[in-house]
Ligand binder design. Structure first.
Ligand SMILES: [Zn+2]
Length: 326
């Protein structure tokens, strides 16, 4: 029997780097508060484009060693975020990066895009039943921007959550467990527009500037149901994590570029759409805590730079443990 922290967050992503770009602030904040943050990455990102010239030999059309290299980048990023539980779906190398939509790599035997959905989801069911997360974060059905691995990661996450709750599905993987809240990543339009205005004014080093339309999952502000604000400390951790993905991301202050060399803002606030479970919005109608409303987790929502919990009737908050299933 093992002990689990009171609050447990699971994130499902397609490639190393997606977690830091989308959820770096959220992961750093909850890890710092003592929550169990579990990252499941579905591929090694073998088909990514390599930015630094000195590492160009890693590319799939040359040495094809980018996947192994990115395992190390991801480990460094997790150290920056304070996250200790990161895994690859089915084990490292089980599924390969499928490349961009329509690329010949989509049809390779181990491409994640070709994975059998229930087989891939079963790997996630094992994780869900082990760590028993109250909250799951993944992409929207379009994967944010249409990359086949992101679409597949969404499907696997949603199917995994469904199957984990079914007692008759693979009882060998542990007792059924129902995730209380599921969120999809999104970006609030006003934040994105404001970020590009800052970027344009700042005059950064990137050869070009992206546009609002290049940012995945931009939605009208009114559709956003939860916003996690990292503050300077967790935003710095996110920035460090993004820098750790050195082959994929070039960071310049509060801005970054992917391999297209187009600058875009690095966000210290991360936005979510609640698609399963009960919203427990505070003032302004938006949740500021992904665990809001979940029994037994509220008192551990210590915030602020001191890290000191406010006494709210349940003083032991984040150190309170729950007995895990065998
Ligand atoms: Zn990706």
């Amino acid at each position: 029997m093992s002990l689990l922290p009171a609050r447990r967050l699971l994130l499902v992503h397609a490639h190393p780097d997606d977690e830091s770009i989308n959820n770096g602030v959220t992961m750093a904040k909850y890890a710092a508060e003592g929550a169990l943050v579990t990252l499941v990455t579905c591929t090694l990102g073998e088909e990514g484009e390599v930015i630094p010239a000195e590492l160009a030999h890693l590319a799939p059309d040359r040495d094809d060693t980018l996947g192994a290299h990115r395992v190390g980048e991801l480990a460094a990023a997790m150290a920056a975020l304070g996250v200790t539980d990161h895994r690859f779906l089915g084990g490292a190398g089980r599924y390969r990066d499928s490349g961009m939509m329509g690329a010949p790599q989509n049809d390779r035997p181990h491409a994640f895009w070709r994975a059998d959905l229930d087989e891939a989801a079963a790997h996630l069911v094992a994780v869900i039943r082990e760590v028993r997360p109250q909250v799951l974060v993944t992409y929207d059905p379009n994967g944010g921007y249409g990359h086949p691995d992101h679409i597949q990661a969404h499907r696997v996450a949603m199917r995994g959550a469904e199957l984990a709750g079914q007692a008759d599905f693979r009882p060998d993987l542990g007792p059924a467990y129902a995730i209380e809240k599921i969120y999809w990543n999104c970006n609030a339009r006003s934040d994105v527009e404001e970020g590009f205005a800052r970027l344009t004014a700042a005059g950064v080093s990137f050869p070009g500037i992206a546009s609002v339309d290049d940012v995945p999952g931009v939605v009208p502000d009114a559709e956003v149901t939860a916003t996690v604000n990292g503050g300077p400390v967790h935003t710095a951790a996110k920035t460090a994590a993004m820098r750790a993905h050195y082959t994929q991301i070039a960071v310049d202050g509060p801005f970054f570029a992917l391999s297209n060399d187009l600058g875009q803002p690095l966000f210290g606030r991360e936005h979510y759409l609640l698609v399963h479970g009960e919203a427990a919005a505070g003032e302004g109608g938006r949740e500021d805590d992904l665990f809001a409303g979940i029994d037994g987790t509220a008192a551990s929502a210590a915030s602020g730079a001191t890290g000191v919990s406010e006494a709210r009737g349940d003083k032991d908050g984040s150190v309170r443990m729950e007995e895990a299933a065998e």
